[in-house]
Every structure is written in structure tokens, then in C-alpha cells.
Write a new protein. Structure first.
Length: 167
């Protein structure tokens, strides 16, 4: 009987460790939850880099705004979007930030909203981690660790996009 308790205790500790690990890339700031930020490794000597966030969820009752980004890895860091203009996709800085409403997750992904890092001081290396500070109007600032994935990585969004293309 005692052995069963021992096994249950060990099992419980393992579960706790796993649960903790799975939340390693989730950040809580005020009423907001920032899930899984990631960046693309630099191709060659690219001067610019981009980072993305799987989702920013507002768990509160009032809207907030994602108004700024900063990082030591680049000379300048901005929130960007892609806009179709005259049949050409162009990148633009998002002026005034992105509204984060309850029930409307904000997604930063390739071809859409992204964190633009201009004038990289060093290439973003595969397997590395960079630090980016996100700023929200109400929730304030939070420093997130951003893992660097392979060149051309597209996170989960690529799969969805490819599926749409094939249909
Ligand atoms: Cu951009």
C-alpha cells in the first residue's frame, strides 16, 4: 500500500514538471496571455528579422492595445503588418497598435502582423533565444523569450495556409 503512495507521489511530481514545461512559452501580463512567441533564423547576412506570436488572448472584460515592441538585438523594432496595395504585398508599421479584445485573439504570423527587427546587430541563430519586450496600453510591459526556429520556418500558420491553397 505504501508503494502505491510513493508511485503516485512520483507520478504527480512528473506531471507537475511536464505541466510547468508546457507553459514555458506562455506569458501572463495583466489580463493578457501571450502564447508561444517565435522568430525565424536569419538567412545569410540579412539585416532584418521577424518574430511572431501564436496568440495574444485577452482574458479580461475590457479591450487592451498591443502598442509597442523593443529588443536589444536590433537597432529598431516595430509592429508591422502586410497590406495588399495595388496587387503588391507591402509591409507597414502598425500605427496606434493592435486592439486586443476579449474573445478575439491577436495572431502574429508570416504574411500578417509581425514584430520587425530592423538593423540586426547579429544574425538570429537557429536554436538560439532572443529577448523581446512587448508593451500593452493597459497591461504594461512584459519581457518574453523568443526561440529562433529555422530559416523559412512558418510555425503552425503555414500548414493552415497550405491547406487552403490546395483546396
Ligand atoms: Cu515587417
Amino acid at each position: 500500500m505504501k508503494n502505491i503512495y510513493k508511485i503516485l507521489t512520483v507520478f504527480g511530481l512528473i506531471l507537475l514538471a511536464l505541466a510547468d514545461n508546457s507553459h514555458a512559452q506562455n506569458y501572463q501580463v495583466g489580463q493578457l496571455e501571450v502564447s508561444r512567441p517565435w522568430a525565424r533564423a536569419s538567412a545569410g547576412k540579412a539585416k532584418n528579422g521577424a518574430a511572431y506570436i501564436d496568440q495574444i488572448i485577452n482574458k479580461g472584460n475590457t479591450a487592451d492595445r498591443f502598442i509597442g515592441v523593443s529588443s536589444d538585438v536590433a537597432m529598431k523594432t516595430e509592429i508591422h503588418n502586410h497590406i495588399l496595395e495595388g496587387g503588391i504585398m507591402k509591409m507597414r508599421q502598425v500605427k496606434g497598435g493592435i486592439e486586443v479584445k476579449p474573445g478575439h485573439p491577436v495572431i502574429l504570423k508570416p504574411g500578417s502582423y509581425h514584430i520587425m527587427m530592423m538593423g540586426l546587430k547579429a544574425p538570429l541563430k537557429l536554436g538560439g533565444t532572443i529577448q523581446v519586450t512587448l508593451e500593452f496600453e493597459k497591461a504594461g510591459k512584459i519581457l518574453v523569450k523568443v526561440p529562433v526556429l529555422k530559416v523559412g520556418a512558418s510555425g503552425k500558420s503555414k500548414m493552415k495556409h497550405d491547406m487552403k491553397m490546395k483546396m
